[in-house]
Ligand binder design. Structure first.
Ligand SMILES: *[C@@H]1O[C@H](CO)[C@@H](O)[C@H](O)[C@H]1NC(C)=O
Ligand SMILES: *[C@@H]1O[C@H](CO)[C@@H](O)[C@H](O)[C@H]1NC(C)=O
Ligand SMILES: *[C@@H]1O[C@H](CO)[C@@H](O)[C@H](O)[C@H]1NC(C)=O
Ligand SMILES: *[C@@H]1O[C@H](CO)[C@@H](O)[C@H](O)[C@H]1NC(C)=O
Ligand SMILES: *[C@@H]1O[C@H](CO)[C@@H](O)[C@H](O)[C@H]1NC(C)=O
Length: 548
C-alpha cells in the first residue's frame, strides 16, 4: 500500500516537471537551429514542431497533441532511472503516441516493481543463479528452491516471438519465476533490456543439451511425463514430493501441443509445476487467454488487469523497447512521412502464399477503408477540382506494410491521379517490401520490427485477420483495428469486407479445448464472460472488455 502511494506521488511530480522539460527542449532546439547544428533524430522531430510553431500556425497540438503533457513512463508502467543513451525509445516513445492508452492498475505497477527486484536478485550473475544451475546439472529438484526460472524459446515470425515472450513474462509474474529469454527469440537483436540493472537474456552455456530442439516428442515435456506417469496428478490435491520431481520440465505449447501438454492450463498441474525449479517453454502463440482459464491465477489477473482487454497493451508497452538502431528507423520514417498528417492510417496487408497481387484483396482494402469512412472516395474525373484552403490541415497519411509493393503502388496511384471527394489530401507510403517472409534474417527483422512499431504509432489500423504482426501493432497502439476477413467464397471480396474488432487483444489461435474439472471437452467461452472466440479465427480465444 505504502509503496503504491509513493509511486503515485512520484508520478504526479514527474508529470509537472515533464511539461517544463519539454518546453525547455523546444527552446533549446530553436537555439540549436539558429546555431545551425544537427544533433540527430530526436531533435529533428522537435525541429518539425518548432518550425511549425514559428510559421505562426500557433498550434503545436495539431502535430503532436501530447508533446506538452505526454507521460514518458506510461502512468508508472515503466520505471525511471534507466540510462537514456543506451535506449532512446524507452522514454521517448510516449511522445510519439497520440493515443496515451489505458492506465495500468496500481496493483500491476507494484507487481512489476516486485518482479524487477526478483529478476535482479535471482538473474544471471547472482549466487542464486549459480546455485540453480548446479541444481539443474544434478537433475533433482530441491524442496524449497531459492529462485525458480522459466526459459522462453520461440521461433517463426517476429510477431509470434513477441507474443511468446509477452506470454512467458506474464506467466513468470504470476508464478514468481525469473524470465530468461533464449537467444532463439532474437530479443537482444531488436529490443532493449526491460528490467533495470539485470538481463533477461539467457547467458550462453545453458546446460540442457539441445534444448532449442525440444518438440512435442521430447521425453521431458510435461505432457509426456504425465502420459508416461513420471508425474502423477490424478490423486486429488496430492502433489508429488519435491524429491520425486525432476529439476526441469519442458512445457510444449506450440500449435501441435497434445491434450496432455495442454494440462498446463489446469490447476492441479500448475501446483505440480510450481515445485519444478526450471521450466523451458516453447510457444508460437499468445497463450494469455489460457492463463485466465486457470482458477488459481484468476484473482491475481483480475486485480492486475481490471480492464481485461488491455493485457497485451500493458505487457507490450512494458517489455518491448526498440533498440537504438530500430528506433532510428522508426523515428526517421515517422518524422519524414507521418508526423505532419492530421490523421495516420496504418494498413497491414498480409499476403498468404506467393501471389504477387490480388485485385480482389485490393478491392477489399479500398471498400473497407471507404465504407468505414477511414479514407475518402475519389472522384471519377481527372480534372482539377476546387480544394478548400484548409486542405493541408485535412491531410491523411496512409502507411501500408506488406511483403509486396503492388497494393501500395495501386493505392498511391489512385490518390495521385484522382481528387478526393472530400478535398482531403491522402499521401500513401510503404517503408519496405521484402517479397517473402525470412525467418530469422537479421536486417529483415530490424525492418519488420520498425514496421510493427510504426504501425503502432498510427491513429487507425486496418489489419489482415490472423496476423500476429497486426496483433502486436494494435496492442501497442491501444486501438481496436478494422479486420479484413478472409474470403470464404473463393477469392470473392467478403461482404462486409471488414469489421471492427471486439478488442485490441491478440487472439490465442490454438487454445486448450479441455475442461480440467469436468475432464472433458468444453467451450470455455460458455463459462467465462470476458473470453470469446475470435472473429478472425473462430476456434481461437480472445480477452474482451466489460461489454462483451
Ligand atoms: C541501477 O543501478 C545504478 C547503480 O547502482 C543505480 O544508480 C540506478 O538507480 C539503478 N537503476 C534502477 C532503475 O534501479
Ligand atoms: C544435439 O544436436 C546435435 C546436432 O543436431 C546432434 O549431433 C547431437 O547428437 C544432439 N545431442 C543429443 C544428446 O541429442
Ligand atoms: C514426433 O514423433 C512422431 C511419431 O514418431 C513423428 O511423426 C513426428 O514427426 C515427430 N515430431 C517432431 C516435431 O519431431
Ligand atoms: C511445493 O511448493 C510449495 C510452495 O512453493 C511448498 O509449500 C511445498 O512444500 C512444496 N511441496 C513439496 C512437496 O515440496
Ligand atoms: C459464391 O460465389 C458464387 C459466384 O460468384 C455465387 O454464385 C455464390 O452465390 C457465392 N456463394 C455464397 C455462399 O456467397
Amino acid at each position: 500500500m505504502e509503496a503504491e502511494k509513493i509511486e503515485e506521488l512520484a508520478d504526479a511530480k514527474r508529470g509537472s516537471w515533464t511539461v517544463t522539460a519539454v518546453l525547455a527542449v523546444v527552446v533549446m532546439t530553436v537555439l540549436v537551429l539558429i546555431s545551425g547544428r544537427n544533433v540527430g533524430a530526436p531533435v529533428v522531430w522537435v525541429q518539425t514542431a518548432a518550425a511549425n510553431f514559428r510559421q505562426g500556425s500557433n498550434d503545436l497540438s495539431l502535430l503532436h497533441p501530447r508533446t506538452s503533457h505526454h507521460d514518458r513512463l506510461y502512468g508508472g508502467l515503466l520505471v525511471d532511472g534507466f540510462d537514456t543513451e543506451s535506449c532512446h525509445s524507452r522514454y521517448q516513445s510516449a511522445m510519439y503516441r497520440r493515443n496515451s492508452g489505458r492506465r495500468p492498475s496500481p496493483y500491476l505497477i507494484s507487481k512489476l516493481r516486485r518482479h524487477e527486484a526478483l529478476q535482479r536478485r535471482c538473474g544471471p550473475g547472482t549466487a542464486a543463479y549459480s546455485n540453480a544451475l548446479d541444481q539443474l546439472k544434478s537433475g533433482k529438484s530441491v524442496a524449497s528452491p531459492e529462485c525458480t526460472y522459466i526459459v522462453s524459446i520461440s521461433y517463426r515470425g517476429l510477431g509470434n516471438r513477441i507474443l511468446a515472450a509477452a506470454s512467458a513474462f506474464l506467466y513468470a509474474v504470476l508464478t514468481g519465476r525469473v524470465l530468461l529469454v533464449d537467444p532463439s527469440n532474437e530479443m537482444d537483436e531488436l529490443f532493449c533490456e526491460p528490467f533495470p540493472n539485470t538481463t533477461w537474456l539467457l547467458p550462453p552455456g545453458f546446460p540442457l543439451t539441445n534444448y532449442t530442439d525440444f518438440s512435442v516428442n521430447t521425453t521431458e515435456s510435461y505432457g509426456n511425463m504425465v502420459r508416461n506417469k513420471v508425474i502423477r496428478t490424478d490423486a486429488a490435491g496430492d502433489v508429488p514430493a519435491a524429491s520425486q520431481l525432476p529439476a526441469f520440465s519442458y512445457v510444449h505449447l506450440d500449435h501441435d501441443a497434445t491434450e496432455q501438454d495442454n494440462f498446463f492450463f489446469c490447476d492441479d498441474d500448475q501446483r505440480v509445476l510450481r515445485n519444478i525449479t526450471w521450466l523451458v517453454m516453447r510457444t508460437d502463440s499468445y497463450i494469455v487467454p489460457g492463463l485466465f482459464l486457470v482458477d488459481t491465477f484468476q484473482e491475481e489477473l483480475d486485480t492486475m488487469f481490471p480492464e481485461r482487454d488491455a493485457v497485451f497493451h500493458h505487457l507490450g508497452r512494458y517489455l518491448f523497447h526498440p533498440n537504438n538502431h530500430v528506433w532510428g528507423l522508426v523515428t526517421r520514417y515517422y518524422d519524414t512521412y507521418l508526423a505532419a498528417a492530421r490523421q495516420r492510417i496504418g494498413i497491414q496487408v498480409r499476403v498468404f502464399g506467393a501471389q504477387p497481387f490480388s485485385p480482389e484483396l485490393l478491392e477489399q482494402i479500398t471498400t473497407c477503408t471507404q465504407r468505414e469512412g477511414l479514407l475518402p472516395q475519389v472522384l471519377a474525373t481527372r480534372e482539377p477540382t476546387f480544394l478548400p484552403a484548409s486542405r493541408a490541415a485535412k491531410s491523411k497519411a496512409v502507411m501500408v506494410t506488406c511483403l509486396k509493393p503492388w497494393y501500395y503502388e495501386e493505392l498511391k496511384s489512385m490518390y495521385w491521379e484522382h481528387a478526393t471527394a472530400t478535398g482531403e489530401v491522402v499521401a500513401v507510403h510503404q517503408p519496405s517490401h521484402e517479397e517473402y517472409q525470412h525467418f530469422g534474417a537479421r536486417s529483415h527483422d530490424h525492418k519488420a520490427c520498425a514496421e510493427i512499431y510504426l504501425l503502432s504509432l498510427t491513429d487507425v489500423l486496418v489489419t489482415t485477420g490472423r496476423s500476429t504482426f497486426g496483433y502486436v501493432a494494435q496492442g501497442l497502439a491501444g486501438v481496436r483495428p478494422w479486420v479484413m476477413y478472409k474470403p470464404t467464397n473463393g477469392s470473392e471480396v467478403p461482404d462486409p469486407p471488414c469489421g471492427r474488432d471486439v478488442s485490441m487483444e491478440p487472439c490465442f489461435h490454438m487454445p486448450p479445448s479441455y475442461d480440467c474439472r469436468l475432464k472433458q471437452w468444453r467451450d470455455p467461452t460458455k463459462d467465462v464472460p470476458y473470453i470469446q472466440h475470435c472473429d478472425d479465427a473462430f476456434w481461437g480465444l480472445k480477452l474482451v472488455g466489460r461489454n462483451k
